[in-house]
Design a protein around this ligand. Structure first.
Ligand SMILES: [Zn+2]
Length: 206
């Protein structure tokens, strides 16, 4: 085999792996920004969830907007990281359509955020950790794949999962130690525990 052929063969063998690792490295880089956003939420006493919207302009990726959870700080149920990032992006764009964007979020979106993501026509979502309690993009619900939802969204979970999960766990652990866990958090902890241990459970109505 000639040197040239060898070279060509090597390139062909390595090409897919190289491409994948570049795409994955890029996803991790943007997820790191989402993690930094999540840390801002925790500093203000909110559950650490962060989101970053990245768009593609002239062949380059650009951070269009960032957001973090401000539910407690601003006293609004609408203050999820994804909602804040989408709202900021729409203000920046002066329009609602984000069909050229990828959303990076440290935790799987809830039904409200999944609705906003689909409404904004965001075609790709990269999540850190899954949410077994309220996750609406693959865990509890799969709104992005609902039959009436047309094309839906392409969802990838598990990007920097360990870091995203550790950040949430550290926050809840600190809250429990400080005796500040809410009844809902205690319920969620119990549901998660039961799911992990695969024991049957029933959630009784209030
Ligand atoms: Zn949400």
């Amino acid at each position: 085999m000639s040197e040239k052929e060898k070279e060509k063969r090597e390139v062909m063998q390595n090409a897919p792996a190289k491409e994948d690792s570049t795409a994955e490295a890029q996803d991790r880089a943007f997820m790191s920004l989402a993690l930094a956003q999540a840390a801002l939420a925790a500093e203000a006493g909110d559950v650490p969830v962060g989101a970053v919207l990245v768009c593609r302009e002239n062949g380059q990726y650009r951070v269009l907007a960032e957001g973090h959870n401000t539910k407690e700080r601003e006293g609004t149920a609408l203050g999820h990281a994804e909602m804040n990032a989408i709202a900021a992006a729409c203000r920046e764009r002066q329009g609602w359509r984000l069909s050229d964007c990828t959303l990076y979020v440290t935790m799987e979106p809830c039904p409200m955020c999944a609705g906003a993501i689909l409404g904004a026509r965001i075609p790709r979502v990269v999540c850190g950790t899954k949410d077994p309690v309220m996750g609406a993009m693959g865990s509890v619900w799969s709104l992005h794949r609902h039959p009436v939802q047309g094309e839906g969204a392409d969802v990838t979970c598990g990007c920097m999962e360990a870091a995203c999960r550790a950040q949430l766990q550290a926050f809840f652990q600190a809250r429990r130690e400080a005796g500040k866990a809410t009844a809902q958090e205690n319920d969620n902890a119990l549901i998660n525990h039961l799911k992990r241990t695969k024991k049957p459970y029933t959630v009784l109505p209030d």
